[in-house]
Design a protein around this ligand. Structure first.
Ligand code: GDP
Ligand code: MG
Length: 295
């Protein structure tokens, strides 16, 4: 065998290293009160990927201004530890005057880049820098069936250059299938018209395969999601769902809504890619900062 390098052994080492160190993944949720952010976060933690060993850090009383709070869960799967942190932003867009309501969010994101930079520049550098950078910002759009609102446009335009935004349609159970398709198409058009860049960005596709895979996602966003924190019995199985007069909406069932697509994108298929793109955003931040301090 020409070029045989014993790749199995290398993969084994990589795996062992990953198992030893574990990794961090940080998701931020943004959207107006009542859109189901907290519920969706619970759904994410309760859904199949993380049903075992969830230990929430703390939960505080929620004030009505944008105040960020995070909840971490240590998830262990096949010996690999993952620390999944969700940063909630209650109060975003709840004021009568929402001018600059994104400021605390931009500030938070930049503060995490700054913390990482300070650690990196530290001579007595820690072997592994704690990673609190926001790997993904899930932005909740109300299921109005109309189009993007001014606040949505402004938020995504501003944040799209510093963080990976994944827009979702909240409480999608309030839309009919036809309304959902129309709304999704209209939002994609709006985003294009306003030069809004959401994840996965075309420029970060690494090869043909990547591009094909990501095109499927780009054609299908924003995911129309439904959240719940209740389980129901369906055909003898326990499923996460919302019980209504006309039946149970199974949130993990792709025939019912696109929650599973979102979950898979975030913590299965694109987790490493989201981390890589975050590294790119961080490097842009670092260049800006180092230029500033040299000026
Ligand atoms: P937050 O303010 O964005 O954190 O919203 P919450 O998670 O507190 O949810 C607000 C209300 O909406 C609660 O009564 C939830 O039960 C309900 N809710 C959450 N998700 C959904 C959903 O997907 N569909 C529907 N119909 N209601 C939802
Ligand atoms: Mg909430």
């Amino acid at each position: 065998l020409i070029g045989y390098v014993g790749i199995e052994a290398v993969l084994d080492q990589m795996k062992r290293k990953a198992m030893k160190t574990g990794f961090e993944f940080n998701i931020m949720v943004v959207g107006q009160s009542g859109l189901g952010k907290s519920t969706l976060v619970n759904t994410l933690f309760k859904s199949k990927v993380s049903r075992k060993s969830c230990t929430p850090d703390h939960e505080e009383k929620i004030p009505k201004t944008v105040q960020l709070q995070s909840v971490s869960h240590e998830i262990e799967e096949k010996g690999v530890k993952m620390k999944l942190t969700v940063i909630d932003t209650p109060g975003f867009g709840d004021q009568i005057n929402n001018e600059n309501c994104w400021d605390p969010i931009v500030t938070y994101i930049n503060e995490q880049y700054e913390k990482y930079l300070v650690e990196e520049l530290n001579v007595n550098r820690k072997r592994r820098i704690p990673d609190t950078r926001v790997h993904c910002c899930v932005y909740f759009l109300p299921a109005t069936g109309h189009c993007l609102r001014q606040i949505d446009v402004e938020f995504m335009q501003r944040l799209g250059t510093v963080v990976s935004i994944v827009p979702v349609i909240a409480k999608a159970d309030t839309l009919t299938l036809e309304e959902r398709l129309d709304f999704k198409a209209r939002i994609r058009q709006n985003m294009q018209d306003h030069g809004i860049r959401v994840y996965p960005q075309r420029e970060y596709d690494e090869d043909e395969d990547d591009a094909l895979r990501n095109d499927k996602i780009r054609e299908n966003i924003p995911f129309a999601v439904v959240g719940t924190d209740k389980e129901h019995q369906v055909n003898g199985n326990k499923v996460l769902g919302r019980k209504t007069k006309w039946g149970i909406i199974e949130v993990e069932n792709v025939a019912h809504c696109e929650f599973a697509n979102l979950r898979d994108l975030l913590i299965r298929s694109h987790l490493q890619d989201l981390k890589d793109v975050t590294q790119n955003h961080y490097e842009e931040y670092r260049v800006r900062r180092l230029n500033e301090s040299n000026a």
